[in-house]
Write a new protein. Structure first.
Ligand code: UD1
Length: 360
C-alpha cells in the first residue's frame, strides 16, 4: 500500500528533488532524503534550506542526511537505520559545459554514485527505483515529436548526457540479470517554474546555465542582457526549440511512476516527461515579458556548442501507462518562477524573505 511506503530520495535538496518531495509528502509517502550540497544551499546547522521550506509548505517532516553517494559506508548506515521501500535517484551533476571540462569528475560522480546506490539497494533487498534521466540521451532527433523508441546513445553532444545514457544501459542490464529489479527511467525535457507558494525554486550553487534562471536574472536586474544562442536555426523565428515543462508537473510524474512500481512489476521501463509542445527561446522570452510585465533586453549571438536545434516530446506513453499528463501552461511556468524570484531575489541566500526562517 503506497501510503505506508518510505521513499529514499537522493539529491532531494536540489531544484527538481525538493519539488518532487512536496508531491511525495502530499501523496502520503514518507521520505528519507540525502544531498551533498554540491549544487544546493545548506543552512548553518547542516540542514537544507529548501527542505525546511518543504516542511513549511506541507506541514510534514522530512528526514534529512548530508551524504555523498561516493561515501558508500555512510549510505549503508542510512539504509541500516530506515526501512526503505523505494528510491528516487536525482543526485547528479548536470552542467553541460563543466562536464566537457572535467569528464572524469562527471563519470566518477554520476556513475560511481549510481553504482554505490544500486549495490546498497541490493544489499538491503530494495529493488524499486525511479531514475532521473534526460532527453539528452536521444542526441540530435531523427524525428519529432520524439518517442521513447527513438534511438539513444548516438551523437550525444556532452559528457553529462553520456553519464545519463550509460546509467540507463546499466539499469537495463541489471534488470535482465535479476528480475526482482523494478525500475523506471524518466527522460525529462526542460523543467521550468517553481512551487506556486514562491517558497521553493531553482537556486543552483554552480553558475546559471539554463535559460529560465538567466531570463529571470535579467528581469530582476542582476544581469544586463540575455544572450540568445543562435538565431539561424531552421525554426520559425530562428531560435532553438524545447519542450518546457512545469517542475510541479515533473514532480507529479515521479509520483505517478512510483505508484506504478508499487502497483505492478515493470522490470525496466522508460518514459518521456514533457508537454509535447515545442517553444522557441524567443517565444519563451516574450511570454515571460508579457505575464510578468518585465522587459528582457537580449542579443542574439552564435549557436552554443553542443546545442540541439529542436527537441520536444511525444508524452503519450506516460499518459497511457502512468496516467500522467502535464497540466501547467508556459504562462504558469513564467509566473511561478517570477514569484519565486521576486520573493527571494538572491534565492535561498536572500537575507529577508516573506517567510520567517528561524535559522536565518
Ligand atoms: C541542457 C542539456 C541537457 C540538460 C539540461 C539541464 C544540452 C544539449 N542539453 O538542456 O542535457 O539536461 O541542460 O541542465 O546541452 N539558451 C539561450 N541562452 C542562454 C541559455 C540557453 O539562448 O543563456 C537557449 C539554448 O540554446 C536552448 C534553450 O535556451 O535553445 C534551453 O537551454 P537550456 O536551458 O540550457 O537547456 P538545454 O540546452 O535544452
Amino acid at each position: 500500500m503506497s501510503h505506508l511506503s518510505t521513499v529514499f530520495v537522493t539529491g532531494g535538496a536540489g531544484y527538481i528533488g525538493s519539488h518532487c518531495i512536496v508531491e511525495l509528502l502530499s501523496a502520503g509517502y514518507e521520505v528519507v532524503v540525502v544531498d551533498n550540497f554540491v549544487n544546493s544551499v545548506n543552512g548553518p546547522d547542516g540542514e537544507s534550506v529548501a527542505l525546511k521550506r518543504v516542511e513549511a509548505i506541507t506541514g510534514k517532516t522530512v528526514t534529512f542526511y548530508e551524504c555523498d553517494l561516493l561515501d558508500k559506508t555512510a549510505l549503508e548506515n542510512i539504509f541500516a537505520k530506515h526501512k526503505i521501500d523505494c528510491v528516487i535517484h536525482f543526485a547528479a551533476i548536470k552542467s553541460v559545459g563543466e562536464s566537457m571540462e572535467y569528464p572524469l569528475l562527471y563519470y566518477k560522480n554520476n556513475l560511481i554514485g549510481m553504482l554505490n546506490l544500486l549495490e546498497i539497494m541490493e544489499q538491503f533487498g530494495c529493488f524499486q527505483l525511479v531514475f532521473s534521466s534526460s532527453c539528452t540521451v536521444y542526441g540530435e532527433p531523427n524525428f519529432l515529436p520524439i518517442t521513447e523508441t527513438h534511438s539513444v546513445g548516438h551523437n550525444i553532444t556532452n559528457v553529462y548526457g553520456k553519464t545519463k545514457y550509460f546509467i540507463e544501459e546499466m539499469l537495463e542490464d541489471i534488470t535482465h540479470a535479476n528480475k526482482k529489479w523494478n525500475i523506471i527511467a524518466l527522460r525529462y525535457f526542460n523543467p521550468l517554474g517553481a512551487h506556486p507558494s514562491g517558497l521553493i525554486g531553482e537556486d543552483p550553487i554552480k553558475p546559471f546555465a539554463n535559460i529560465m534562471p538567466l531570463i529571470s536574472q535579467v528581469a530582476i536586474g542582476h544581469l544586463p542582457i540575455l544572450t540568445i544562442f543562435g538565431g539561424d536555426y531552421s525554426t520559425p523565428d530562428g531560435t532553438g526549440i524545447r519542450d518546457y515543462i512545469h517542475v510541479m508537473d515533473l514532480a507529479s510524474g515521479h509520483v505517478a511512476a512510483l505508484n506504478m512500481l508499487q502497483k505492478s512489476h515493470q522490470n525496466y521501463k522508460v518514459y518521456n516527461l514533457g508537454t509535447g509542445q515545442g517553444v522557441s527561446v524567443l517565444q519563451l522570452v516574450k511570454t515571460f515579458e508579457r505575464v510578468t510585465g518585465t522587459a528582457i533586453p537580449y542579443k542574439i549571438v552564435e549557436r552554443r556548442e553542443g546545442d540541439i536545434s529542436v527537441m520536444y516530446a511525444n508524452a503519450e506513453l506516460a499518459e497511457r501507462e502512468l496516467e500522467w499528463k502535464s497540466k501547467h501552461s508556459l504562462e504558469e511556468m513564467c509566473v511561478d518562477f517570477w514569484r519565486w524570484q521576486t520573493m527571494n531575489p538572491d534565492g535561498y541566500r536572500t537575507k529577508s524573505t516573506k517567510m520567517t526562517n528561524g535559522h536565518r
